[in-house]
Design a protein around this ligand. Structure first.
Ligand code: UDP
Length: 457
């Protein structure tokens, strides 16, 4: 069943099973890389849906696991539907348990100490428990987000949830700086289904043998403390940002990255470019696309814009408005997918207009790049709130997307004093990230503890 060989340099092996979405795959593969670099052998379990390419990771063994997601559900691309379908199919069949049993029985590999899973793979955790295999969870979102999951019952009891539009701006006193509108809920999904996904993720965390969060101690000190106080787990480790701890060569992009944008950035003035990307899942309608295009054009600022296939609902292609290319006159570059970490690290980039996914937020903070936040769903609203209110490294662009508002938001970030202050604070955060990566830094210590813990299992 293994599809690639591995360099078995470790005394122990970890099994690793990411949730098959870009924002979950990236940190899990980065963690796998970090553990491999510390001498552990790694076996990666992956699904047919958004399957990984074993050729990109010759250092890992790969095992494919039937996900049972019906093609029509996979085609929706809707994470809530796919998570529910995948777990239901895995629970209804013995396939996951059989795959795990055969991986554990493979005598050609070092003994498996544990299985690292995403919190949304509760069915996999149950199958592992049946075989006596301990599971560790990697949370690929912020500590604040997990705190919100854990507080969900309280949020319902106190009437914050379900959210009422008239109370959107009400502060959630128990979880500052969040407001009702920042809580994890979804306009596009049935709230019952969202609740089920969150309840199951919380169960996975409560039933695991150790928790790793892709954040850093100094960024979310209070939020981490709250989690440690509330959960009775042997280890709760803040070991991020994982993309900075892993080697540069960890490639886990599901789409081809267009490197021509780096050459284009090389020709742009220092800190002048606005990088615009809404991640791997967020979508917009064609009216929004037109407003974004003209907002960018009218800002007179250089920009690099990721127009992912499927970004505009119902269209594979993304036609830009007539006259747009002439108006931007070489000042803008549009790509389908960018090498985002390299882009953010480039000194021509002066700001990031983001959908506020947690990876994008951490990647931006790590390079000291201030943000315009346009959250769409899930944890993105709370990430945006932290960026604006807790860390002061950006602001949210609220309400309808409209070209005039976009133009002034870009000027505010790139040209005005307020934006310069945000950039200064972002630089301070970049320094905190650099500190946690030092050999005695908190994230390196967290990885040391994690490796000793794995070896003790
Ligand atoms: N990303 C990328 N190229 C792009 C846009 C995004 O490599 O053009 C990566 C980005 O670096 C991040 C991930 O895709 O690691 C997106 O994760 P995030 O949590 O920000 O958002 P999601 O896609 O899960 O909504």
């Amino acid at each position: 069943m293994a599809t690639a060989g591995m360099s078995s340099c470790g005394r122990r092996r970890v099994l690793v099973f990411p949730l098959p979405f870009q924002g979950h795959i990236n940190p899990m593969l980065q963690l796998a890389d970090v553990l491999h670099a510390r001498g552990l052998a790694v076996t990666l379990l992956h699904t047919r849906f958004n399957a990984l390419d074993p050729a990109l990771h010759p250092e890992f063994a790969f095992v494919s696991v039937p996900d049972g997601v019906p093609a029509e559900v996979a085609a929706t691309g809707n994470p809530i539907e796919i998570i529910l379908a995948m777990n239901a199919a895995m629970e209804a069949s013995t396939a996951v348990g059989e795959v795990l049993a055969s991986v554990l029985a493979d005598e050609g590999q070092p003994r498996a100490a544990c299985l690292f899973i995403d919190a949304h793979l509760r069915a996999v955790q149950e199958a592992a428990a049946g075989l006596g295999l301990p599971t560790l969870v990697l949370r690929t979102t912020s500590a604040a987000c997990l705190g919100c999951f854990l507080a969900y019952r309280m949020l319902y009891q106190k009437g914050y949830l379900p959210p009422r539009e008239s109370e959107f701006d009400m502060p959630v006193n128990e979880l500052p700086p969040l407001r009702v509108r920042d809580l994890y809920y979804s306009r596009n999904n049935n709230q019952e289904k969202v609740n089920k996904v969150l309840t199951r993720a919380t169960e996975t965390v409560k039933n695991c043998s150790g928790l790793v969060i892709n954040t850093l101690e100094t960024l979310e000190t209070t939020e981490l403390q709250r989690i440690r106080d509330e959960l009775d787990l042997p280890v709760v480790l803040a070991a991020g940002p994982l993309h900075k701890l892993s080697s540069k060569s960890t490639r886990s992009s599901l789409l081809d990255e267009d490197y021509s944008c780096i050459e284009w950035l090389d020709m742009q003035p220092l800190r002048s470019v606005l990088y615009v990307s809404f991640g791997s899942l967020a979508s917009m309608d064609s009216n929004d696309l037109v407003e974004v295009a003209w907002g960018l054009a009218n800002s007179c600022q250089p920009f690099l814009w990721v127009l992912r296939p499927g970004l505009v609902q119902g269209f594979e292609g993304t036609d830009l408005p007539d006259g747009f290319e002439v108006a931007v006159n070489g000042r803008g570059k549009v790509v389908q997918w960018a090498p985002q970490q390299e882009v953010l690290a480039h000194n021509a980039v002066g700001g990031f207009w983001t959908h506020s996914g947690w990876n994008s937020t951490l990647e931006s903070i790590s390079e000291g790049v201030p943000m315009i936040c346009r959250p769409h769903f899930a944890d993105q609203m709370m990430n945006a709130r932290y960026v604006e209110k807790a860390w002061g490294v950006g602001f949210e662009l609220e309400g309808e997307l409209e070209r005039g508002k976009i133009e002034s938001a870009i000027r505010r970030l790139i040209n005005e004093k307020e934006g310069a202050d945000m950039r200064d604070r972002a630089k301070d955060l970049k320094k905190k990230v650099a500190d946690c990566l030092e050999s005695c830094g908190s994230s390196q210590i967290a990885v040391d503890k994690l490796v000793s813990y794995i070896l003790s299992l």
